[in-house]
Ligand binder design. Structure first.
Ligand code: B1M
Length: 210
């Protein structure tokens, strides 16, 4: 196993202290911070995300892996910022108006961050106008909307319509949450549907990078 693969494995297993030590050792050995993110951390998060997708890993496994990645990012972020290197994309995420569930949305945000994407999280119970304002303010090209209640599924439609009506250019909209289906996503005019956090990451990257 290469040193990068050892780091990936530590992230995947959520071994926070080991991951931090491996990251420091790679830096001391002259590895570039960006290579460490792309070849060490991102594959680790991607591996646990894929296991989650196949029901071979569970929510707590995702949480500890994300915590391990975050620990490594504490070392890397100042160096990346100093070198003027930013995450590949900026995106917005939030749970729609009327809905307070955020565990799934947070997992999606974590996986997106794990793919080296800057995620602006608007939280829960987000009004359509707040999505619109944030998209305009941050100039993002994608937004994720989550809903967990059958009663807040219509709020997804309202949010999609508000974003489209605001004329913000080519903003990709991805929707998800337990009651949401691919067909529903299509019917309300969303660009994509994410069944789970790992799929939502694959779909988002495909939309943004072609
Ligand atoms: Co609520 N709740 N809840 N709840 N809650 C459900 C959703 C429910 C199914 C429980 C039940 O009755 N069996 C039910 C909804 C029924 C329905 O709509 N038909 C329900 C209800 C009714 C309610 C209240 C109305 C209860 C009440 O007060 N009478 C109330 C509503 C409050 C509100 O939102 N206005 C309510 C409140 C709460 C708590 C606050 C107590 C708490 C939320 C805490 C929190 O989120 N911080 C809560 C919880 C925890 C649940 C359950 C138990 C778990 C939800 C969860 O976090 N799942 C849930 C029952 C259940 O699912 N067993 C239930 C784990 C999470 C990882 O999965 O969120 O599906 P999920 O996310 C997945 C995918 O869906 C997807 O990726 C994630 C990872 O794979 N995904 C996306 C999610 N968002 C995505 C976005 C994407 C892409 C993929 O792109 C942007």
């Amino acid at each position: 196993m290469s040193d990068m693969q050892i780091l990936s494995a530590a992230v995947e297993k959520g071994k926070r202290h080991d991951a931090r030590q491996f990251t420091q050792a790679l830096l001391d050995g002259g590895a570039s911070p960006l290579d460490i993110v792309e070849q060490g951390l991102v594959p680790g998060m991607s591996a646990i995300g894929n296991k989650f997708k196949r029901n071979e890993a569970y929510v707590p496994d995702m949480l500890v892996a994300a915590a391990a990645m975050k620990e490594c990012m504490k070392l890397l972020e100042p160096l990346l910022a100093k070198a003027g290197i930013r995450p590949k994309h900026d995106v917005i995420i939030g749970t729609v108006q009327g809905d307070l569930h955020d565990i799934g949305k947070n997992l999606v945000a974590m996986m997106w961050r794990g793919a080296n994407i800057n995620v602006i999280d608007l939280g829960t119970n987000v009004r359509p106008a707040k999505f619109v304002d944030a998209i305009r303010q941050h100039g993002v090209h994608a937004v994720g909307l989550s809903a967990l209640l059958t009663t807040t599924m219509p709020a997804l439609k309202v949010a999609v319509e508000a974003i489209r009506a605001a004329g913000l250019g080519d903003v990709k909209i991805i929707v998800g949450g337990a009651p949401v289906t691919e067909e529903f996503a299509k019917n309300i005019g969303a660009d994509a549907y994410g069944r789970d956090a790992a799929t939502a990451t694959d779909v988002l990257l495909r939309m943004l990078e072609g």
